[in-house]
Design a protein around this ligand. Structure first.
Ligand code: NAD
Length: 276
């Protein structure tokens, strides 16, 4: 087990969130997701990122229960989907997610996308869930600066996390700085650019220097910046490989060199032009 897998960041309410976790988007409900989560937990992962939309919460919960790792040692994130947003819809959706996961509480509950005209009501529901201690932390995903400005102007509880697309081709510098200023922890989705652009010379050279893979170099770049990262894989070998990033360090200059690969390139949808 890699020691660094228990390294964590403190959210602004004091809750500790592992810096590293497993993403399970597109891992099929049932055997596939259960095997991936069990492999990850065996390797030492202690954080799993799912969502109602991924349709695999049952398998995630099942896999966690089937290990002998205490529930409080695993950090579970799930998210409310767009069509359920609004106050009552979100409370209902949360209960359904909780039932599918079969847990007493969720560690982090996120608004999956900023649905215009709805996300503020959705946030109020998250505040209710937080005050009732059904969730240990609440946050958002895919929120741009203007969404956060809007939310921060009226919320009672500030989001603890913003989970956004972030990788060497999309460094989100301004949004990252904004979140840091407001103590909102940034979490990277598609950290591995879904497996694309691995042949880039800067990354290949660093991989050779440290005797690591390009995937490991990118994940280390996240960790050096204290960005929570959740690479996805259902392949046991890759789940293990992705976790081997706590036995080397990149220099400040190398972190900058990787950040310089930014092209503002989105692989996923643009939150301002999403087909809600
Ligand atoms: P990712 O960047 O983690 O890429 C995953 C893909 O990269 C794998 O399917 C595999 O093809 C490849 N890969 C994984 N490990 C590799 C390795 N060691 N070497 C070579 N290739 C490798 O992409 P993702 O799944 O889109 O994002 C990660 C997680 O982020 C998701 O599973 C999900 O939990 C979350 N996510 C959230 C949102 C959101 O809107 N909040 C959107 C997308 C993803």
């Amino acid at each position: 087990m890699s020691a660094g897998l228990t390294e964590s960041v403190s959210l602004h309410n004091g809750v500790k969130m592992p810096l590293f976790g497993l993403g399970v988007y597109k891992a099929t409900e049932g055997g596939e997701v259960e095997r991936a989560v069990k492999t990850a937990l065996d390797v030492g992962y202690r954080s799993i990122d799912t969502a109602a939309f991924y349709d695999n919460e049952r398998g995630v919960g099942q896999a966690i229960r089937e290990t002998d790792i205490p529930r409080e040692d695993v950090f579970i994130t799930t998210k409310v989907w767009n069509t359920d947003q609004g106050y009552e819809g979100t409370l209902r959706a949360f209960e359904e997610s909780k039932k599918r996961l079969a847990v007493d509480y969720v560690d982090l509950y996120l608004i999956h996308w900023p649905v215009p005209g709805k996300y503020k009501e959705t946030w109020k529901a998250l505040e209710t869930l937080y005050s009732e201690q059904k969730v240990r932390a609440i946050g958002v995903s895919n929120f741009q600066i203007h969404h956060l400005d809007d939310l921060l102007a009226s919320c009672k509880v500030k989001p603890m996390v913003n989970q956004i697309e972030l990788h060497p081709k999309l460094t989100q510098k301004k949004l990252f700085a904004y979140c840091q200023k407001h103590q909102i922890q940034v979490e990277a989705w598609s950290p591995l650019m879904r497996g694309n652009f691995f042949e880039h010379q800067t990354l290949v050279t660093l991989a050779e220097k440290y005797n690591k893979t390009v995937a490991q170099i990118i994940l280390r770049w996240d960790i050096e910046q204290k960005i929570v990262t959740i690479p996805k894989s259902v392949n046991a070998h890759r789940i293990e490989e992705n976790a081997q990033v706590f036995d080397f360090e990149l220099t400040e200059q190398e972190v900058k060199d990787i950040s310089a690969l930014n092209e503002h390139l989105r692989l996923g949808p643009d939150p301002d032009n999403f087909n809600f």
